[in-house]
Design a protein around this ligand. Sequence first.
Ligand code: GPU
Length: 839
Amino acid sequence: IQEPQLQGQDVGMQCEDDRTGIGVETLKRAFLDNLFYVQGKFPALATKHDYYMALAYTVRDRLLQRWVNTAAIYTQEGSRTVAYLSAEFLMGPHLGNNLINLGIYNQVQQAMTELKLDLKELLAKEEEPGLGNGGLGRLAACYLDSLASLEIPTLGYGIRYEFGIFDQIIRNGWQVEKTDKWLRYGNPWEIARPEWAVSVKFGGRTEAHKNAQGRYQVRWVPHKVVLGIPYDTPILGYKVNTANTLRLWKAEAPESFDFEAFNRGNYYGAVDQKVTSENLTKVLYPNDETYEGKQLRLEQQYFFVSCALQDMLRIMLRQKLPLEQFHEKFAVQLNDTHPAIAVAELMRLLLDEHEMDWEPAWEITQKTFGYTNHTLLPEALEKWSLKLFSSLLPRHLEIIYEINWRFLEQVRHKFGTDEGRIGRLSLIDENDGKFVRMAHLACVGSHRINGVAELHSELLKKTTLLDFYEFFPEKFTNVTNGVTPRRWIVLSNPKLANLITSCIGDSWIKHLEDVQQIETFAQDPGFQKEWQQIKRENKVNVASILLDRTGVKVDPDSLFDIQVKRIHQYKRQHLNILHAITLYNQIKQNPNLDITPRTLIFAGKAAPGYYIAKLIIKLIDSVADVVNKDPDIGDRLKVVFLPDYNVKNSQPIYPAADLSEQISTAGKEASGTGNMKFAMNGALTIGTLDGANIEIRNAVGAENFFLFGLTTEDVGALRLTGYRPWEYYEANPQLKQAIDQIASGYFSHGDRRLFKPLVDLLLDKDPFMLMADYQPYIDCQQQVSQTYRDRDRWLQMSILNTARMGKFSSDRAIREYCQQIWKVKPVPVQLAAAKTGDG
Ligand code: GPU
């Protein structure tokens, strides 16, 4: 990785501090010191993991100096702070990213080489904290990187799941889930802060009591109390001194023993309470975009939200700020509705624990929160049954009823008594049983509501949140998602990063709009040649990973056609597979067919309870098996499913793609962020007019994007006029053949039952309209194949894609949040004069 040689305080090596210095000699010495004093090992006995830990601690030492200085300045200035509340933070491995952001990747690489160690091997030892499912959790991680890089005071609040997203293995073509034991060998990046533990109440009842002034107050008498222990991880910005905090909460029993129970001889009963409390933060729910009405999930949500808000109140008290200024001190963002209970919890804290009146408390609450919506899928909209809600959070239900009553009064005032509208807006769903609607609570309790791409934000106003838009249009806005170029270009694709920097300098890493300057080289043969060479090396790398993990040998000169993301019907991995089958049939029918050789790569996890998604994985694997073994096909087509897709495994993938598959049914993908990672790394997109695809296409130019398929309007119109998927099947021989093969057991050793649920779904309801989009997709893929044969044209398109992706940096997105929603400004951090060692 190319970067200007940093001059630390180490010009004269004898005065460089071993905990802060960044010269190669100092790094080596500090590393061996940590190996000895932290790991308790010397080189002859050390394992690769010991070396990883020693290096991680060496890097952590360098972070700590910045972290402590940052905290000191924020405390001293009482800075306005963003609190990003998210049930998921999909951070990925920390070590590589911290090396990039500290600007010491090269020195550390050299230090390791001089010690006869391979930095790449050590990086591979890190267990990633997979504390998220997919796009939503990864977005939170990119945003923390940008917030620190832009020097915005930030606290990320979430849950320290003991088991993150499961590890996926594929056995006989089926997904099998293995528990993710990421904490098994310790986590060098976190520091527990038990001195800031808080208690969180659950269940029980409420009662009235008179306070010291003789005023009636509500008291919540809980059924149980759980302790929240914060674990802090530093989040360093790119080449700045700002190191913000990711504060994740672990649940513990208030006392490790219930001595009373113990004395009565009920030892197991006493231990039971501890076990039950700790279950709260045991495991991440692996459902992506489907809510499950599980009690433990609501307990997790309330637990971390209550911990976070109590923590913010503690910070205010320590800084001697009056609670009336809560919304001035903190801008709290709700990452979807998972933390939406925060609206009721802040009200409860202000009303009951701090004895504030309703009106000022409500004003503070509304000014505090912003709400980001991440999906229109109805199955994802969280609603909790009143029975569950009242048994767990009786006081919050009372507060929600009061919020609702006051809100609906305002609705009546504005629109008159329109019972239909009032029923649709109510925080309580009474259509079929009674439920608390979390999105409604978030809308009413926030001053801004945003979608995550232009189309998505428009659809929110027209459909899911239409009634709210009509009531408070001024709250609605859009912030199109972005991803961090530090992890997704500099760390993942160092060769491309170096090429870009050698042409235009390195300002693009902080200001991705500057990458546009490479446009002037788009037709330069020398630059094109280097571009192509780098893409090929990245493909060779992925080819060796595929061989290693799946045993399938692929040709690095074939077109790498990649779809990596959670497995979902709306994302339509099965449409991609229909294309694979179609290519296969074309070759079989015409054995000499001169087609553009392709490697189709899939990866992604299915929710453990999502049967059709698991069947789609089985189908991909089954088709792969037939295609890859057929001698008639040879190197012209390969299909591979790469198991266990996660942040770490994804990093080599984006840089190796020629073609990025973004083929969701129009109107279903809120934004997508993988689409951005691919295009930044020079992949061309084949995609529908959905989510951020639309904005990517506008940015890179329609001529540099492969567009196909129904629009959102088409989808709606077709549904309205009556969609008959089997008519497409009957009318299209290629499509019919592909479906018939799946149904007849061609890919399943004659088993006709295996894929029947999938085939029936496609021919009968086809909820995601694969049948309608099939032929346009096949035709568009034909265009892709044609274009790929014109190497110069393709390279030029590839370069222009990277050059024009500046908008999709998460830095741009965070600037918009700061201006439109949070009203926060950077607080630069100066390092206090470095403590110098005595040599
Ligand atoms: N998304 Br809701 C998730 O990954 N999980 C969820 O539970 C919900 C949304 C995704 C959207 O599907 C994706 O389109 C978007 O880019 C991402 O959130 C970040 O906004």
